[in-house]
Design a protein around this ligand. Structure first.
Ligand code: ASP
Ligand code: MG
Length: 461
C-alpha cells in the first residue's frame, strides 16, 4: 500500500492510515507500506535548494525551521510512548541538519547551477522524515513497523530528478533486505520517490515518484495487489474541478489508465503502470477518508465487455501551422530542440498532417512548461530566422487536446459517431486516433474546450 502526501500530512490523516493498516494487517499475510513526504514538503525542499543556489541563506534556513516545527508538532500530537517520541525528535533534527548542511554547501560554492544530484539529496529528506514517523506510529499499536530508506533498495540510472529503476539490481536488493523482514511479520515502511544510482548517489524518480516505487516493489515482491491511497475517491470520468458531475470510474484496464495519465489525469505517475501490466498485478486507488468505498480497480482488460467510453480529459497543446505543404521533419526537430533548450522538456508530437496547401503540427505542452511555451517558441523562431528562413511564416498558437478514453474504441464506429454528433457546432482543428487502440483525441480551440468536455462527458454519465 502506498500512502500519498495528502494522506500522511496531518494527525487526522495519520489516524486513518493507522486504522487502515490495522485492518488490512489482519486480512493479509504480508503488508508493505510505501510513503510520500508530508503534503507540500517536497515543494518546500526544492524551494530550499533553489534558494541555496541563489545564496539566500535566510530563505533556506526559514524553510528548514518551518519543516522542523511542522514535523515536531505532528510527532507531539501523535499517540507515542515518550522514548519513541524522543528518538523521532532526534531523527527529525538530524535529517534537517543534514539538509541544511547541504544547502549551506551549495550556497558557499558559487557555481552556475545547482547540481541535480545535490538537489535530489536535499529533497530526499521529505520521505525519510515521514517514513520514520509512520513506522513509529505503527509500533505504538503493537505492529512491527520498520522505516526503510528507498536508497538502500531502489537502484536507478543516474538521471537525477527523473531516474529509472533497474529492475534486476533492485530485485536483488529487495530479496536481500526487504523479503526477509516480511517473513518475520515486520511491516516495512519504505520511503517512496528516492533511490540510489549505480554511482552511489541519491536519485529521485520524478514528481509523484512514490507511485513508481510502489509499482517496482510490487513487482519484485510479486504482490497480490497494489493499493494507492490518497485523498481522492479514485480515477474520475473527467476533471471534477471543471465538470461538477464527474464520477469515480469503478474499473479500468491498464491501457486505459496509462492513456488517462498521459493525457492529463494527474493522479498517477506516468511510468508506474507498465511494470504492473507486465506482471498483471491489480492496482486500486482509494480514499483514506473513505476506506469502505471501492475506489477504482485497474486490471487486465477483458472482463468489461460494455462498449462504451470511460473518461474524457483536456490538456493544452501547441499548434503550428503554415500555408504550404512539404516535409514536416525540419519544423518538428526545430520545435523539439527549442523546447529542450529552453525548458529541458522534449515535445510529444500528437499530430502532423498536411493538405495540398497547408501543414499542421500539434504538440502536447509539457505541464511544467505551461502557457509560456507559445511565447518561447515564437521568440525562438524569431531569433533563429537568419539560420532557418523557411520557418518565417509558421504560426504558433495554443490549442486544447480533448482525449476520449475507452478500451477498443477503434472497433466502435458507432461510439465515434456519437462523439462527433456531441461535438456539433465546435470546430475540430485536428484529430488523432491513438495507437493504443483506446483513445481518440480531438483538437479544438481553447475557448471551445470546456464545452467539448461537457458535451462528451454527458455520454459517460
Ligand atoms: N514527495 C514526492 C513529490 O511530491 C513524491 C510523491 O509524492 O510521490 O513529488
Ligand atoms: Mg502522488
Amino acid at each position: 500500500m502506498k500512502f500519498g502526501g495528502s494522506s500522511v500530512g496531518t494527525t487526522v490523516a495519520l489516524t486513518q492510515v493507522l486504522s487502515i493498516v490495522l485492518h488490512e494487517h489482519r486480512q493479509r499475510d504480508h503488508l508493505v507500506l510505501i510513503v510520500s513526504a508530508l503534503d507540500g514538503v517536497t515543494d518546500m525542499l526544492l524551494e530550499a535548494a533553489h534558494l541555496a543556489q541563489m545564496n539566500n541563506q535566510r530563505g533556506y534556513r526559514r524553510i528548514a525551521a518551518t519543516l522542523r516545527t511542522r514535523h515536531l508538532a505532528l510527532v507531539e500530537q501523535l499517540p507515542l510512548v515518550a522514548q519513541e517520541r524522543t528518538v523521532l525528535q532526534a531523527d527529525i533534527d538530524l535529517l534537517l541538519f543534514e539538509m541544511l548542511d547541504l544547502c549551506q554547501n551549495v550556497a558557499s560554492t558559487p557555481s552556475e547551477s545547482l547540481s541535480p544530484d545535490i538537489s535530489d539529496k536535499i529533497v530526499a529528506a521529505g520521505e525519510r522524515l515521514s517514513a520514520r514517523i509512520i513506522a513509529a506510529l505503527l509500533r505504538h499499536k503493537e505492529l512491527r513497523g520498520v522505516a526503510i530508506d528507498g536508497t538502500d533498495i531502489i537502484v536507478t540510472d543516474n538521471v537525477h530528478g527523473n531516474a529509472n529503476p533497474d529492475l534486476t539490481l533492485t530485485n536483488q536488493r529487495v530479496q536481500q533486505h526487504l523479503a526477509p523482514l516480511l517473513e518475520r511479520d515486520i511491516i516495512p515502511v519504505v520511503t517512496g520517490f528516492i533511490g540510489t544510482s549505480l554511482q552511489g548517489k541519491t536519485t529521485t524518480l520524478g514528481r509523484g515518484g512514490s507511485d513508481y516505487t510502489a509499482s517496482i516493489l510490487s513487482v519484485c515482491l510479486n504482490a497480490q495487489e497494489l493499493w494507492i491511497w490518497s485523498d481522492v475517491d479514485g480515477m474520475m470520468t473527467t476533471d471534477p474541478r471543471e465538470i461538477e458531475t464527474a464520477q469515480v470510474i469503478e474499473e479500468l484496464s491498464y491501457n486505459e489508465v496509462a492513456e488517462l495519465a498521459y493525457f492529463g489525469a494527474r493522479i498517477l505517475h506516468a511510468r508506474m503502470i507498465k511494470p504492473l501490466r507486465e506482471r498483471n498485478i491489480p492496482l486500486r486507488i482509494k480514499n483514506v477518508y473513505k476506506p469502505q468505498q471501492g475506489g477504482t480497480l485497474i486490471h487486465r482488460s477483458g472482463q468489461d465487455t460494455t462498449r462504451r467510453i470511460k473518461a474524457v480529459t483536456s490538456i493544452q497543446g501547441i499548434g503550428l501551422s503554415a500555408e504550404r505543404s512539404g516535409s514536416l521533419v525540419n519544423i518538428t526537430r526545430f520545435v523539439d530542440e527549442t523546447l529542450a533548450l529552453n525548458t529541458g522538456n522534449h515535445a510529444d508530437v500528437m499530430i502532423s498532417s498536411q493538405s495540398s496547401a497547408r501543414s499542421f503540427l500539434c504538440f502536447i505542452v509539457p505541464p511544467s512548461v505551461g502557457m509560456d511555451a507559445v511565447d518561447t517558441l515564437k521568440s525562438a523562431i524569431r531569433a533563429r530566422l537568419a539560420e532557418y528562413r523557411e520557418f518565417a511564416d509558421w504560426q504558433v498558437h495554443l490549442l486544447s487536446i480533448i482525449t476520449i478514453v475507452g478500451e477498443n474504441l477503434d472497433e466502435m464506429p458507432e461510439v465515434m459517431g456519437q462523439i462527433f454528433s456531441a461535438l456539433r457546432g465546435i470546430r475540430i482543428v485536428g484529430l488523432a486516433q491513438g495507437p493504443s487502440r483506446c483513445n481518440l483525441s480531438v483538437i479544438v480551440e481553447p475557448d471551445d474546450a470546456e464545452q467539448a468536455l461537457r458535451y462528451i462527458h454527458t455520454m459517460i454519465v
